[in-house]
Design a protein around this ligand. Structure first.
Ligand SMILES: [Zn+2]
Length: 173
């Protein structure tokens, strides 16, 4: 069993943005309890390395959230450490629905045997992969996913340093 506190603070407040607009801000503490099945110690497989090279170097696929090409990493859509708890048939069914690069459609019902299969991979920049308060490993899906669709010039989350700054400002009032 593993539990993870996503964020230690809690605040609600209204902040004025640079352009004068006010936004309502809310911070929550989320505690995630996860039962990880037994798995090998994580190491980068040859399959993962080859697929990462294909996506990032050969095809130059950008971050799925922001379209950026800075510090790109490759995310497992179905978490590597949970793989032994997953039914490969159900995994494939999900990947037929979430098929960002078309590899699942192209492979049809070819069984998926490894989390490092290219059908289970998603290119993200470091910020949208592991960034505190911005990354898929940090935020809940209702906040992480819409980042892809924000209007130009707007942001719905910011790096945690900014959040801490606001927290301190609110404490002073
Ligand atoms: Zn990004």
């Amino acid at each position: 069993m593993c539990f993870i506190d996503r964020f230690g603070g809690l605040f609600f407040g209204v902040t004025r943005m640079d352009d004068g607009a006010e936004v309502n801000q809310e911070s929550r503490t989320i505690r995630e309890f996860v039962d990880y099945p037994d798995h090998k110690k994580r190491s980068e497989s040859a399959e993962f390395r080859a697929n990462k090279r294909r996506l990032v170097v050969q095809l130059d696929v950008p971050c799925w959230i922001c379209g950026g090409r800075q510090s790109r990493e490759v995310h497992h859509i179905h978490e590597w450490s949970l793989w032994n708890a997953l039914d490969p048939v159900k995994v494939l069914n999900s990947l037929h629905v979430f098929d960002p690069y078309g590899y699942t459609h192209a492979a049809g019902d070819k069984p998926i045997e490894s989390p490092d299969d290219i059908r289970n991979l998603l290119v993200l920049c470091e910020v949208h992969h592991r960034g505190i308060n911005t990354g898929v490993h940090y935020l809940t899906m209702p906040i992480w996913f819409p980042q892809r669709a924000v209007k130009d010039g707007m942001a719905i989350t910011k790096a945690i340093e900014h959040v801490k700054e606001i927290d301190n400002t609110l404490k002073r009032h």
